[in-house]
Design a binder for this molecule. Structure first.
Ligand code: FAD
Length: 359
């Protein structure tokens, strides 16, 4: 039976859910107040956890499924929207002295293509990337092409309820009625909307990025070492990122950190030394303990669902996370075990000290 969904949040979590629900014949309205620091716009678009062997299976289950699904998703979104999100299976080279053996063993166990290049270099040919601003534009256009409605510059302040049922989303004087509501507010989902508990332990984790102009490098794949990655784009631009900072909702960049990033990028790719970055920005990831998102019904309501806390890998996870959410909302059997992504499981997880730098 066709239902009408109202989605709050126009990052990849909200847009991918809207896209999937429309594909299944449902009605969707999506509201987004693009806060500065929207994580999806700011991200690198690498489709893989940075060293998957460092993460819990609950992260990798969504990430690996997302990696498998993205080629088809990207092609269909491009077909519907006419906008190319620049899916590129460029591969990732990891310079990882300490974790190479562990990495190879993990890849063998998980049937994940990996090759030792010698000299402590590891090559992961299956890693791909998307170009985030283009992905956002493409998803939004694919949604409207399927008769979905997007309300830009629209801040939802709360939900009007009747008992345990939400009946409308409120934006100033305006109200939007729907059958089912999804709260996909990224880092802001860790703050309460009026009358509604915040998503447990979700908090902003700032990441700063640098961009280099085309012509400054000959890199044709992602390069990673010690927390720093370089990502070449199809048109020759190069990204360098990123940081993990506890700066609240401050999405500004800081000159000292940008300088450190530039130094680190030049150490990894000495050819960059002669070129100043042409642009920098910061984004606020929806941080969560252990990087495990919450994909579950909101405990205060019968018809409000949550998708947030994807932290460092929300783009990678989007096809799998939105599929799971759609299955749960529509009452079909989930294709993977939803237990790690429940609200209650999130309540039981804690942030480790020093997981995020305080600079
Ligand atoms: C520097 C950086 C690098 C990254 N690199 C990668 C990577 O390589 N690979 C990867 O997979 N992931 C990466 N990520 C993480 C990824 O970007 C996030 O996990 C993902 O984008 C989160 O999507 P989201 O939709 O939950 O949040 P967001 O993209 O932040 O979207 C949430 C939206 O909700 C809106 N909103 C909030 N409250 C309201 C309200 N009340 N009313 C209306 N709208 C509201 C916000 O303004 C925002 O637009 C990176 C992130 C950063 C910052």
């Amino acid at each position: 039976m066709k239902q009408n969904f109202f989605i709050i949040g126009g990052g990849v979590a909200g847009l991918s859910t809207a896209y999937l629900l429309l594909q299944q014949g449902h009605g969707v309205t999506l509201a987004d107040l693009s806060h500065p620091g929207q994580s999806t716009w700011a991200g690198a678009g690498i489709l893989c956890p940075l060293l998957p062997w460092d993460y819990d299976e609950a992260v990798n289950r969504l990430a690996m499924e997302g990696m498998r699904a993205w080629p088809e998703w990207a092609a269909e979104v491009k077909r519907l929207s006419g906008i190319d999100p620049e899916y590129w299976a460029c591969g990732m080279e990891i310079l990882a002295p300490q974790t190479r053996q562990a990495g190879l063993a993990w890849c063998r166990r998980h049937d994940f293509p990996a090759e030792s290049l010698g000299g402590n270099r590891l090559w992961l040919p299956a890693v791909a990337q998307l170009r985030n601003p283009r992905l956002l534009a493409a998803l939004a256009a694919a949604i409207t092409a399927q008769s979905g409605r997007i309300l830009p510059d629209c801040e939802i302040t709360g939900l009007r309820r009747e008992g345990r049922k939400a009946v409308a989303a409120m934006a100033g004087q305006a109200e939007y009625a729907a059958d089912v509501f999804v709260w996909a507010g990224g880092a802001w989902a860790g703050q309460a909307l009026a009358g509604m508990a915040p998503v447990p332990h979700v908090r902003p984790v700032r990441g700063q990025m640098l961009l280099y102009a085309p012509g400054n490098h000959a890199l044709e794949h992602i390069l990673y070492q010690d927390g720093l990655y370089l990502v070449p784009r199809r048109d020759g631009h190069l990204l360098a990122g990123s940081t993990l900072e506890d700066a609240g909702f401050d999405a500004s960049t800081t000159p000292e950190i940008l300088q450190k990033l530039h130094e680190a990028a030049c150490n990894l790719l000495p050819g960059l030394r002669a070129h100043a970055p042409v642009r920098s920005w910061a984004g606020l990831r929806p941080g969560s303990p252990d990087n495990i998102p919450v994909i579950d019904r909101h405990p205060d309501f019968d018809n409000v669902w949550v998708s947030s806390g994807h932290f460092r890998y929300g783009v990678t996870m989007a096809p799998a996370g939105s599929r799971l959410l759609a299955e749960l909302m529509l009452g079909s059997s989930p294709h993977l075990d939803p237990a790690p992504y429940t609200w209650d499981a999130a309540l039981g997880r804690k942030w480790l000290k020093d997981e995020v730098a305080h600079d």
